[in-house]
Design a protein around this ligand. Sequence first.
Ligand SMILES: Cc1cc2nc3c(=O)[nH]c(=O)nc-3n(C[C@H](O)[C@H](O)[C@H](O)COP(=O)(O)OP(=O)(O)OC[C@H]3O[C@@H](n4cnc5c(N)ncnc54)[C@H](O)[C@@H]3O)c2cc1C
Length: 268
Amino acid sequence: MKINRRNLLLGGAVATAAPGLAGLLSSSTGIELPKRRSGGPSLWQNLGGRLPDLPSLQQSHTADICIVGGGYTGLCAAIYLKKMQASLRVMVLESHQLGAGASTRNSGAVYAKFTGIDDQSFAEQGLQHFKNFLQSESVDCDFQPANTLYLYKDDSQRKAAQNNQKTNEQWITDDKLKRAIASDFYAAAKVGRGFYKLNPAKLLSEYRRIALAHGVEIYENTPVLGVNYQGSSLDVQTALARVSCAKVLLATNAYTPRLGQGISGTSI
Ligand SMILES: Cc1cc2nc3c(=O)[nH]c(=O)nc-3n(C[C@H](O)[C@H](O)[C@H](O)COP(=O)(O)OP(=O)(O)OC[C@H]3O[C@@H](n4cnc5c(N)ncnc54)[C@H](O)[C@@H]3O)c2cc1C
């Protein structure tokens, strides 16, 4: 079976069904320990204030599902699992603080860009679903409409962009461009409408609030060192303790290979 972005989410089910996964789930030596990631809090976190740390995992537990990584993916998965079945014991283990990865370091731009492989309306459905979630959970993350300015530095770039013109885009005059960015470096620009923006750190903090309110158990400063297949269950290993569970969801984004996991194109 190939693991890709879509079916990686099925990893727990796959692991339970496929003992051959054991070799792939061995730990690797590249795990970042809490004090070793450079960068510190993100700009967004510095602007909005840091949240108090949640406890680290000190004792071993048994859970229904263990989620590795506390960014948007891990927290959203945890929230929806609890919404679907409140009795599930869901644990999130985060190596640093929630949002220490891309989830508090992004630009906060929101738009329906990536279409599904076999479903062109996938992105629009996703955006609508996200808006519904923000409203139903009263999420405060400064979500608001925004325009995008596309800048082209020479005529060949401008022509290429003109060949790929979308209905929600409008070219602006050279004078207006110079006034807008106080520079004459760029030769042309167009404005795209129908976008949104938000504050990434506020969104993360709201996901944390909602996850905790649903009874998700979250541990910070708890790097997962490896995931081992143990007969009928999975064993998630940390420095001080283990979590035995039926399913593991890796929400470790670009850090995933450091856990010894394959992503795209890995055959198991
Ligand atoms: C510079 C930049 C700008 C971006 N701008 C946008 C944008 O404008 N709009 C947009 O939609 N997207 C944007 N993105 C993408 C978006 O930020 C990501 O898609 C999203 O944050 C991914 O969330 P995630 O939870 O999958 O990953 P992450 O937020 O990276 O979370 C992974 C978590 O796993 C933890 N972890 C890793 N290894 C372990 C381990 N061994 N044990 C325990 N925990 C571990 C990490 O510490 C991290 O917190 C941007 C990304 C970047 C980098």
